[in-house]
Design a protein around this ligand. Structure first.
Ligand code: AMP
Ligand code: ZN
Length: 464
């Protein structure tokens, strides 16, 4: 069966064709290890994992490389502001190396807890500085880069293909609203390959241009080529990487190598929280630990991720998390019932489900549709054969179907902030402030809860 994937570069679903028969090289932009990953970041890695598992299900041998960015990612994603690592070091009184080690270890714990297969290789940026310097040097020698007072910059006007991934036009950028802060650049969106460091800068290395540190984009270009070769199959990341980071990676790599460097670019859409942006200031940049503190397991979280296809936005709410918990427990109970039955199921019936499952995962990773196939299959008369096929599907889902045991249907856990709104509404009703009570009912509905008034007060349920 053919695997089709959506290629951001061509804006089309394409039949996946590897460079080497039976093998796939894939590179994923990894975490910047200055603070713990939130559940939005982790969506990008669950997507990376699903892609790998689906490739493996299709019989490919996958070499997966994910970098660890431990230097050079500035707070703006461009060339302005402080290095995220240094900023975090100053704020915590630790060294960038200490922070990188702690955060990487924590990230790997989350990766393991969520059943994300560890990539074949996870190179650190700071272990590959010499390789980055070599690429910068080559780009300078070929005339694609220039030196300024504060670093080495890539000249976007030298690359005719600039903008092909995101559709950005150089002319619009020149006259657009973007404020130019670095007066040394020849074009506002020229980007740093190497930055010269002030003497007190925390992370710096010797280079042909003096002490300095690499730009964020050059890291991925140097490391992906080192570990996957000049042209490789798939490059992944979040959609936020399309307009700057990946556009710049394409420019550097193609100018350096003189040919196309990646065949398929695949991007995961964002996770939203309560329909909005996840941010520290709103206190909603939840980690796996925050989710666990509210009583949800990593497998329930993974179940929630898998129920939205990677190119759709995923709106995280506590009500959705609660619904995922309840669905996952039902799923496990059903699986267990099939496991414990000795009845057999016709081969053709099972083959039909297998076929539908494979069609779904091979249609641009439509995992939610594949999950629907599983739910329908579980309605069959209880049979150990059904359980065995579900275990095959779990090579893709990775939801621990081999560990199922009977669980009680979980009681609904109402988060404290939801309870507080319901209490305010009760108070408004006592004061006969119907407008306020209606407003609070709407607010609860927006967060996924319905409130039913009872003689003793109220009852909260999940909104249908
Ligand atoms: P960073 O550590 O900031 O470089 O981000 C790590 C990964 O998480 C990148 O692939 C981002 O595109 C992705 N990412 C960041 N925020 C979100 C979000 N809210 N939803 C999904 N992916 C995200
Ligand atoms: Zn990258």
């Amino acid at each position: 069966m053919q695997l089709k994937v959506y290629n951001t570069l061509t804006r089309k679903k394409e039949v996946f064709q590897p460079i080497k028969a039976g093998q796939v090289g894939m590179y994923s932009c990894g975490p910047t290890v200055y603070k713990p990953a939130h559940i939005g970041n982790l969506r990008a890695y669950v997507f990376m994992d699903e892609l790998r598992r689906i490739l493996e299900y299709n019989g490919y041998k996958v070499k997966s490389v994910m970098n660890i960015t431990d230097v050079g990612h500035l707070v703006s994603d461009g060339d302005d502001g402080e290095d995220k690592m240094s900023k975090s070091a100053v704020a915590t009184g630790k060294t960038p190396l200490q922070i990188a080690e702690e955060i990487t270890a924590r990230f790997m714990q989350d990766v393991d807890a969520l059943n994300i297969k560890r990539p074949t290789l996870c190179p650190k940026a700071t272990d590959n500085i010499a390789e980055m310097i070599a690429v910068v040097k080559a780009l300078l020698d070929k005339g694609y880069a220039y030196q300024t007072e504060d670093g080495i910059y890539f000249s976007v006007e030298k690359f005719a293909g600039y903008g092909k991934l995101s559709g950005v036009k150089l002319e619009d950028q020149k006259h657009g609203a973007r404020v130019e802060v670095n007066s040394f650049k020849r074009h506002p969106i020229d980007f740093a390959l190497w930055k010269k460091a002030a003497p007190n800068h925390l992370q710096q290395w010797d280079s042909p241009w003096g002490m300095g540190f690499p730009g964020w984009h050059i890291e991925c270009t140097a490391m992906s080529r080192k570990y996957l070769g000049e042209t490789f199959d798939i490059h992944t990341g979040g959609v936020d990487h399309i307009p700057i980071h990946h556009e710049n990676e394409i420019a550097q790599a193609e100018c350096w190598l003189g040919h196309k460097a990646v065949n398929y670019w695949m991007h995961c859409e964002f996770m939203l929280i309560d329909g909005g942006k996840m941010s520290k200031s709103l206190g909603n940049d939840y980690t796996v630990a925050d989710v666990a503190a509210r009583g949800y397991t990593p497998m329930e979280l993974r179940y929630l991720y898998l129920n939205v296809q990677y190119r759709q936005k995923l709106n995280f709410t506590w009500a959705a998390m609660e619904a995922a918990k309840s669905a996952y427990s039902k799923l496990c109970n059903l699986l267990l019932a099939h496991k414990n039955s000795n009845v057999q199921t016709d081969r053709e019936v099972l083959d039909g489900y297998r076929q539908k499952f494979e069609e779904a995962i091979n249609d641009d990773l439509n995992v939610p549709l594949a999950m629907g196939v599983l739910w329908t299959m579980l309605k069959l008369p209880k049979s150990n054969d059904v359980y065995k096929l579900a275990l095959e599907f779990d090579k893709v889902f990775a939801l621990d179907f081999d560990k199922v045991k009977e669980v009680e249907s979980p009681a609904l856990v109402i988060p404290e902030d939801i309870k507080a709104i319901a209490e305010q509404r009760l108070q408004a009703r006592k004061e006969k402030n119907w407008a306020e009570s209606d407003r609070l009912r709407d607010e609860l509905a927006q967060k996924g809860y319905a409130v039913k008034d009872t003689p003793n007060g109220y009852e909260l349920v999940l909104k249908q």
